[in-house]
Design a protein around this ligand. Structure first.
Ligand SMILES: [Zn+2]
Length: 106
């Protein structure tokens, strides 16, 4: 997770683009729920990259591009794969953030 944040900070000019909004209602700040998919899942980086169903089309393209299936991997292997394909991950994040903004700010 720390490596992801370091990568994020090096890769993107505006950290604001990558902040996962936090719902403060009855939740600790380190356990925000995802505001996008409404599954009450914790909306952290892992959920954003690998689990949130709102980005499933983009994630499927990513998996096809790098030849893997996140569903069959444990968390460590998923993040290891992320660091092996930084450009493709960056493209996924860029596309997903654009889609996210369309939903949150329409
Ligand atoms: Zn979600």
């Amino acid at each position: 997770m720390t490596k992801f944040r370091e990568f994020r900070d090096r890769t993107f000019d505006s950290k604001d683009d990558l902040i996962i909004p936090v719902s403060y209602a009855n939740l600790a700040i380190d356990e925000p729920t995802c505001l996008i998919c409404e599954t009450n899942a914790v909306g952290n980086e892992e959920h954003f990259l690998f689990d949130c169903n709102y980005y499933s089309d983009e994630r499927m393209k990513l998996e096809n591009d790098i030849g893997c299936s996140f569903n069959t991997m444990n968390t460590d292997d998923k993040f290891q794969t992320v660091f092996e394909h930084p450009f493709r991950i960056a493209m996924f994040v860029k596309t997903a953030i654009t889609k996210r903004k369309q939903k949150l700010y329409r």
